[in-house]
Design a protein around this ligand. Sequence first.
Ligand SMILES: [Fe+2]
Length: 157
Amino acid sequence: MKPNIEISENNLKEVATLLNNLLADEYLLYTKTRNAHWNIQGLHFIELHKFFETQYDEIDLMIDAIAERVRSLGHYALGSLKDFLSITHLTEENHDFSNQQQIMQSLLNDHETIIRLLRRNITTITERNKDAGTGDFVTGIMEQHEKMAWMLRAHIS
Ligand SMILES: [Fe+2]
């Protein structure tokens, strides 16, 4: 059954597509952050190992909220790694895990990519697609990424 919430079918579809793109980006970033949690090495290992865990836990909650928001709009959430990889704006890289600064910089770049994409989409979602709920929701996601980006930036000398 289609939601009867005064957002046109076309607008719901466009917003769901934007949210599924975001879901793919979050999935990539989640995996990259877990990879850092597992494989980082060098000075302050335990501190960094735990730091990455707090970051991927936060992304994990965002992933679930984004997917469920897609369902709330009457569309299906993507749930396949193949789909995520085919539409994500992020790329997977091979890192030297003893180069902590490079790992931090790469994750920071990804957070900032997501922040820039979200900032561009907020106006579209709220004004063109007339979906204030999702506009507010992704504004919250953007703020979370801004804080996580700060935490990473503070580790980079
Ligand atoms: Fe762990």
